[in-house]
Design a binder for this molecule. Structure first.
Ligand SMILES: NC(=O)c1ccc[n+]([C@@H]2O[C@H](COP(=O)([O-])OP(=O)(O)OC[C@H]3O[C@@H](n4cnc5c(N)ncnc54)[C@H](O)[C@@H]3O)[C@@H](O)[C@H]2O)c1
Length: 355
């Protein structure tokens, strides 16, 4: 279903913390009419007060006949029900991360979208972030040398979720970023996670992701229980190192021309001799234009609906990330590394999504 008329009609389902941001950016897009679908009366009337031009509905059923695309910004556990209803009605759908909470549900949505001939897009917002594009360009240029490891941190005094733990809430971002940087999905994952506060879910976790083709690993630390907001991805290369700090105002990427090499000659100084030699050089920060990733992402969704673009983060990309999260759950249960299955044509998928 391609929309050929001048105005695209988009429903945003869920006007909570994140859905309200979708409504803001979708409302700013040219030739787009917005419908807000929100089950909670008070939130719906807040949406009406902020966006007087928006149509307001209490359920997707009420809205579906008059929209071309649906953004699903409800809690993760309800994604499959809302998205499948929209896909069955033949509408294009953008689903927030994580796409679903089980592999079977994600496969069902991908299949449903294929059969309905509509776009299913996953809200991997960081794949629409110009700083992540720049970091990917740097990694792929070979400027850092072989990637030895990647370290990602996503910490703050976070919003504890009702239906998912900290891994399912925050790690989708880092799994999406590191697999996008490396053009590869992890083959195995090991997880350590702990519930510190409350009775439901782990609120701090460390994941290790193994990328055999790239011969590297990523270490992801996610936490809802940390005093400082930290959003960094550090890429350690054999020649140089790069740090992406999403919170920095004007130096979101820094490249450190530094490194360590094993000393090749024993200088005979015994205990005082260092086993390594250290290289030090410039720290540079490439210019990264600021564009709001959510605006880029939702604008891309509308372009896809209009037939002007091939989806960069299709449902299959979301499914791949759900496979990793499911493996993480297995690792948490067994305490052992868990295989991410199946590892099909992942690189092909990511390259296609990125081109
Ligand atoms: N991409 C990102 O950076 C990012 C950031 C935060 C949250 N998210 C995602 O956004 C989604 C929403 O998270 P949130 O923090 O905004 O949740 P929230 O609880 O603040 O808001 C969810 C809203 O959806 C409404 N809702 C639930 N089911 C509904 C239904 N069937 N029909 C209509 N309204 C319904 C609720 O009343 C609520 O207002 C989650 O999937 C989350 O993972 C993404």
């Amino acid at each position: 279903m391609t929309v050929t008329g001048s105005c695209s009609r988009i429903a945003v389902v869920g006007y909570g913390y994140w859905g309200s941001k979708h409504v803001r950016v979708v409302s700013s897009l040219r030739d787009v009419a917005v419908t807000v679908v929100e089950a909670d009366e008070q939130r719906l009337s807040e949406a009406g007060a902020h966006y007087p031009a928006a149509r307001l509905c209490r359920s997707l059923d009420e809205a579906i006949d008059d929209v071309d695309g649906v953004v699903v910004a409800t809690p993760a556990g309800s994604h499959v029900a809302v998205a499948s209803a929209a896909l069955r009605a033949g509408r294009h759908v953008l689903v927030e991360k994580p796409l679903t909470t089980t592999v079977a549900d994600a496969e069902m949505l991908v299949d449903l979208a294929d059969r309905s001939g509509v776009h299913l897009m996953t809200g991997h917002t960081f794949e629409y972030n110009p700083a992540v594009w720049k970091l990917r360009e740097i990694v792929r240029s070979g400027a850092l040398g072989r990637i030895l490891y990647i370290d990602a941190q996503r910490l703050s005094l976070g919003r504890y979720q009702v239906d998912v733990d900290v891994v399912w809430d925050l790690a989708p971002h880092d799994i999406s970023i590191v697999s996008f940087l490396l053009d590869e999905m992890p083959a195995t994952t090991s997880v350590w996670a702990k519930r510190n506060v409350g009775i439901r879910h782990s609120d701090v976790a460390h994941l290790r992701l193994d990328f055999p083709r790239s011969r590297t690993h990523a270490f992801v630390h996610v936490s809802w229980l940390s005093p400082r907001k930290v959003r960094t991805v550090t890429v350690i290369g054999e020649r140089r190192m790069a740090v992406y700090d999403d919170i920095s105002d004007n130096e979101r990427i820094r490249i450190y021309d530094i490194g360590v090499d094993p000393a090749t000659v024993d200088d005979g100084s015994g205990a005082h001799g260092l086993p390594m030699t250290y290289r030090t050089g410039d720290i540079t920060s490439p210019y990264v234009p600021f564009e709001e990733p959510l605006l880029v992402q939702d604008g891309h969704f509308v372009d896809c609906i209009r037939g002007d673009a091939a989806c960069r983060t299709p449902g299959r990309r979301g499914l791949d990330v759900v496979r990793v999260l499911t493996a993480a759950d297995r690792s948490m249960t067994t305490g052992l590394p868990a295989e991410v299955t199946p590892a099909l044509d992942d690189a092909t998928r990511i390259s296609a999504a990125a081109s």
